[in-house]
Write a new protein. Structure first.
Lengths: 113, 113
């Protein structure tokens, strides 16, 4: 079956601009997660959705970052006033239930110039 | 603090040799443990998981891991590696709340002939 998909695969933007990153989870997975991976590091948690609600957003670095999942399926990560330090690969994952294995998408590589 | 520690940042081995990639977790994380592999320019792929039950877990591509509660370890092993196993390997554990995976910094496995 189809895995987790993310678009775009690459995004280059100028400092100060607004960007949206999209994640389409595996069908039927109620849990959705966003992570950020910098070069040479493991993924770092950003936010977790159970259904439509953000059950844990403790990993969002500041209020420039926001994510939604309005219908309990597709999610969008939104970054306002991008900074060069936001450059990273943004990973999305989904799982069937809580505390289950997470399946990752290929990621969106964000470069802020 | 909740943490996962991968003790080796790089492991070089020759083809057909055995390999062990070490992972320790803090006592404050959940014992829902995972190993993921990341090939160059690809997303994370699940290798194996420990959720409960037998402490020896078998995964894909001939890998296995042993959960050791007393030593808070979850080391990954393969008896004979191939060139194609060259990749970045990440150990991960759910946080206590079960809302996020905490990743180690990764181990680069380099297999040469």
């Amino acid at each position: 079956g189809a895995g987790v998909s993310q678009t775009p695969s690459n995004k280059v933007t100028e400092k100060g601009k607004y960007v949206e990153l999209r994640c389409d989870p595996i069908s039927g997975h109620t849990a959705l997660y966003w992570y950020r991976q910098s070069l040479g590091q493991g993924p770092e948690f950003l936010i977790y959705f159970q259904g439509t609600g953000a059950a844990d957003d403790s990993g969002l670095p500041n209020d420039r970052f926001f994510a939604v999942r309005p219908e309990g399926s597709v999610s969008t990560l939104k970054i306002q006033r991008t900074e060069r330090g936001d450059s990273a690969v943004y990973l999305c994952a989904s799982s069937l239930t809580v505390r289950a294995e997470q399946y990752f998408g290929p990621g969106t590589r964000l470069t802020v110039t | 603090a909740q943490s996962v520690t991968q003790l080796d940042s790089q492991v070089p081995v020759f083809e057909e040799a055995p390999v062990e990639l070490r992972c320790n977790y803090s006592s404050s994380v959940s014992v829902y443990l995972f190993w993921y592999v990341q090939y160059p320019n690809q997303g994370l792929q699940l290798l194996l998981k420990y959720l409960s039950g037998s402490t020896l877990v078998k995964g894909i591509n001939g890998f296995e891991a042993e959960f050791n509660k007393s030593q808070t370890s979850f080391h990954l092993r393969k008896p004979s590696v191939h060139i194609s196993d060259t990749a970045e390997y990440f150990c991960a554990a759910y946080n206590q709340a079960g809302t996020a995976l905490i990743f180690g910094k990764g181990t680069t496995l380099s297999v040469s002939s």
